[in-house]
Design a protein around this ligand. Structure first.
Ligand SMILES: [Zn+2]
Length: 108
């Protein structure tokens, strides 16, 4: 995979339990944008750890340096006709285990 680091932009990604500051490509930014002025971590899905600069946990009430813990599974489970749940994951605070954001990836 070739990726030009200069194309990465620092963005704030909102989650249900906080937010993350991460570097995104233009494609990822488009994916995270649902036509509203905010970007959502849950729409980006899985991001490499080194993309995260810091994150904020609502429960801790503060920012942490680095990346939130990511727990994910790849169930490849058919949840409706021709709709497969490919991957589901959850970003959690490394200090208190609070869920920062969740995502689900489907293929049709
Ligand atoms: Zn926390």
């Amino acid at each position: 995979m070739s990726q030009n680091n200069e194309d990465l932009e620092e963005k704030k990604l909102l989650g249900s339990g906080g937010y993350a500051i991460a570097k995104l490509t233009e494609d990822e930014e488009m994916k995270a944008n649902l036509g509203v002025p905010h970007l959502f971590l849950g729409n980006v899905g899985r991001l490499a750890e080194d993309r995260f600069l810091r994150y904020y946990c609502n429960k801790c009430g503060k920012e942490h340096d680095g990346w939130p813990l990511l727990i994910y599974e790849v169930p490849n489970e058919e949840i409706a006709e021709n709709v497969i749940l490919v991957e589901k994951g959850e970003y959690r605070c490394r200090d208190c285990n609070n869920t920062i954001a969740q995502y689900r990836k489907f293929s049709q």
